[in-house]
Design a protein around this ligand. Sequence first.
Ligand SMILES: [Zn+2]
Length: 94
Amino acid sequence: MAGHTVLRFVPYRIAPDPLSEPEYEAVCVSGDDADCGAASGTSATPEPVAAWQFTHSGETGHTRFRRTFHEYTVTTPADGSECSIVPRGEQGPS
Ligand SMILES: [Zn+2]
């Protein structure tokens, strides 16, 4: 079908998802042949993870950790409007 498409560019922003907490975690990667693998478990704040690292280092002498941080976000129109984001695959001809 012939026609034309009007593209509207709406600025968006990425904001933390208020319904989900961030996740901090540390895994011990000390070890000669294989990583220790001990894990702190996830926490919504970094302090308990750091405390676990200090405790683990004190108990084992292990000093290398891989730390991760996960954050849930939502993409919303920058102007705060309630305009919804229409996926490209669902846009019909206009
Ligand atoms: Zn360890």
